[in-house]
Design a protein around this ligand. Structure first.
Ligand code: AMP
Ligand code: GLY
Length: 456
């Protein structure tokens, strides 16, 4: 069994680690943009490419190495159509085709799909183009009361969303940004600004079956107490009961239902013969990982965005406690025969804290500086991100997130304490968020949800 893995990050290291824990003992061929030392250690072959969107070069490597299947980590190659190309060349690929990946690459497509199929989880929104841009002011002021979010309608590395009161001070600023988005990608989504607690739900999808992972909460702000600029995610936690402390059972069920209804909606949308629907992942259907970013609000569960891939760092939490064969899960996704029994997670809590260079995300001042790590024990994991290794083994910082350290425990508090102690032992010009997974921060979320619900 030979698996082609396209990704560089700590998420990629976590995927490679899960593959290597499979009883099928696959060989890994890695294509990545950097020589991730963690993936390098696990892969039989490692190819470094400047970009993962040069599809012709990726196909060349795939044809030469002849994998049994491919797994794609980041969104850019998925949105560019890597799954279409590999499948045309006989390589089954764990990622949706370009048309279906519009769920992530076009926020307008995602919102319109939810509306068309009556999946009630969107805030009030409107898609604007040049034609209706004159009513932007009216929509923001009269319908959203100045509480709005402007969303770039294409991939932008997590930097396309601007929120009023945070990134946009006035309606005028919002309109200017919205018009720029229209200029650059033809349309823009403007929607109501929601208040609540965000969480991530990732599901394995084989076209028709949607099997869920434990829920995870990410922390995007750079500094403690959720302050500072947004980052790719500074850390995450998950609970032993696979829910989150601020959610009710009904919230979790609703998020799962939204994922399932969305997969069904995609099947209807792209298969011209609606009755009966293609079974067992036949026809044009979503295969891969579906990641829903949700917000629990006073008015129930709302969808913030869909991603067509594993979250980073969310993947580090869930793959650390995966108890079943990840290769078999990938095979199930591809064959359309994925079952609940194939996807088992330990009833453990996890806390992941990212070690990042001191000046991340604003500057790149620590590039090339040496960093040293403590030994990792059974109840923890360490996944390499943007880090390089000299021939003598010395590890050096890149400019982005360095290493994700995951503590695993019976409770979130136990997992937090394991991750925190390890992070404190890292030596080098780095920092991390001490508050992720702590009782104080989680209680803040519980209190916020209580306040929102009692205001009803
Ligand atoms: P996205 O790229 O859609 O996940 O948006 C990035 C971040 O913007 C999210 O994680 C939220 O914190 C924020 N955001 C997006 N949509 C909304 C919304 N409708 N209301 C409030 N915050 C939002
Ligand atoms: N953790 C956020 C993301 O992967 O998009």
């Amino acid at each position: 069994m030979r698996i082609l893995l396209m990704t560089s990050s700590a998420r990629g290291h976590a995927i490679a680690d899960a593959l290597k824990h499979s009883p099928q003992h696959p060989d890994i061929v890695s294509i990545a943009t950097t020589a991730n030392p963690g993936i390098k250690e696990l892969a039989e072959e490692q190819f470094i490419e400047r970009s993962l969107t040069n599809l012709d070069r990726l196909l060349l490597i795939a044809k030469r190495t002849k994998p049994n299947l491919a797994i794609i980590g980041p969104e850019d190659p998925i949105a560019a159509g890597i799954a279409d190309l590999l499948e045309e060349n006989g390589i089954p690929t764990v990622a949706p085709k370009k048309m279906l990946a519009r769920l992530e690459s076009s926020k307008g497509f995602a919102r319109d799909l939810l509306q068309k199929y009556d999946i009630d989880c969107s805030p009030k929104f409107k898609v604007f183009t040049k034609e209706n841009s004159k009513i932007l002011n009216n929509f923001i002021e009269q319908e959203l009361w100045g509480e709005y979010v402007v969303k770039y309608d294409a991939l932008k590395g997590g930097k396309g969303v601007k929120v009023s009161g945070e990134h946009l001070a006035t309606t005028r600023e919002g309109i200017t940004y919205a018009l720029r988005c229209i200029e650059e990608c033809g349309q823009v989504v403007v929607e109501e600004k929601l208040t609540g607690c965000e969480f991530s739900l990732m599901s394995f999808v084989d076209g028709s079956h949607v099997i869920h992972c434990p829920l995870v909460q990410d922390h995007k702000r750079a500094y403690d107490k959720d302050t500072g600029p947004n980052t790719g995610g500074m850390g995450t936690y998950s609970d032993a009961n696979h829910s989150l402390p601020f959610l009710k059972i009904a919230d979790v069920e609703r998020a799962k239902e939204i994922q399932r209804l969305t997969v069904e909606a995609l099947q209807h949308e792209f298969n011209p013969h609606p009755n009966p629907l293609p079974l067992k992942g036949e026809g044009i259907c979503y295969k891969g990982i579906l990641y829903g970013g949700y917000m629990a609000t006073r008015d129930g569960i709302k969808l913030i965005e869909f991603n067509c891939r594993f979250g980073d760092p969310e993947a580090l939490n869930i793959l650390s406690i995966l108890d079943s064969d990840f290769v078999a899960i990938c095979q199930g996704i591809l064959s359309g025969e994925l079952t609940e029994e194939m996807v088992r997670f330990a009833k453990k809590a996890t806390v992941c804290k990212y070690i990042v260079p001191e000046s991340y995300p604003d500057k790149k001042e620590q590039l090339g500086k040496e960093v040293r790590f403590p030994n990792i024990k059974r109840e923890s994991r360490m996944y390499y991100g943007d880090i390089s290794q000299d021939p003598d083994g010395t590890l050096r910082l890149g400019t982005s997130r360095t290493v994700g350290i995951v503590g695993i425990g019976k409770t979130i508090s136990e997992a937090e304490s394991i991750a925190q102690k390890l992070c404190e032992q890292v030596q080098g010009p780095v920092r991390f968020r001490s508050d992720i997974g702590t009782h104080a921060l989680i209680q803040k979320r519980i209190d916020l949800m209580r306040r929102l619900r009692s205001a009803l």
